[in-house]
Design a protein around this ligand. Structure first.
Ligand SMILES: CC(C)(COP(=O)(O)OP(=O)(O)OC[C@H]1O[C@@H](n2cnc3c(N)ncnc32)[C@H](O)[C@@H]1OP(=O)(O)O)[C@@H](O)C(=O)NCCC(=O)NCCS
Length: 167
């Protein structure tokens, strides 16, 4: 199946919501959350498009504060000035489109975008037993006892992870 990542558009949000509901059964977020992230940093939002135009995945990301992941399903209101990290809010690919390297390709693209913004790290909350995938992308689990309550909103297997970017 030929698929490629392209910039997300407002008109994609309905399909993004459908993919989120299919993939993140245990982690639902309101459509406003996706719309807000797209409005805040369009360059951090991409969709995985199949040859016929249907969408098979999406990613949302934005500059953020260090070690301060937003609670699940929350609006953030704006971007911090100055930011300290590039935060990957959500990466989701439909099951039939996994395993072909699309996840790894978009993480590499986001690392370039973050480095271009002068940010020293990528960070995220890993869920759905995705820690090994993120480790393959150069991330490591950061044990942060102060984040325990926040991570609990993402489920018992949630882990805060970071990756340093080459300056
Ligand atoms: C995690 C996810 C984005 C990976 O996307 P993908 O396109 O299948 O990933 P890739 O094909 O680029 O895989 C890259 C590597 O990670 C490995 N990998 C992928 N998912 C993995 C997982 N869940 N556990 C362990 N390894 C994994 C692949 O085998 C591949 O290894 P290789 O480099 O040796 O070939 C996708 O499985 C997904 O959407 N999962 C459900 C939602 C989710 O968990 N998102 C992350 C939440 S923080």
């Amino acid at each position: 199946m030929h698929m490629q990542w392209r910039a997300m558009r407002e008109g994609d949000l309905g399909q993004v919501d459908a993919i989120a509901r299919a993939v993140h059964l245990a982690h639902p977020e309101r459509p406003e959350v996706f719309a807000e992230r797209l409005a805040l940093l369009p360059a951090g939002c991409h969709v995985l498009e199949e040859a016929g135009g249907a969408l098979a995945g999406y990613v949302l990301s934005h500059p953020w504060r260090d070690r301060a992941p937003p609670a699940l399903d929350s609006l953030i209101g704006g971007l911090p000035v100055p930011p300290a990290t590039f935060y990957l809010h959500d990466l989701a690919i439909l099951p039939e489109a996994r395993g072909g390297g699309a996840g790894g390709r978009i993480v590499a693209r986001l690392a370039e975008i973050a480095a271009g913004l002068g940010l020293p790290t990528l960070s995220l909350v890993a869920v759905n037993a995705s820690v090994p995938f993120w480790q393959r992308q150069g991330f490591a689990v950061a044990e942060e006892p102060a984040l325990a309550a926040k991570l609990a909103s993402y489920g018992a297997d949630a882990r805060f992870m970071t990756r340093a970017l080459v300056a």
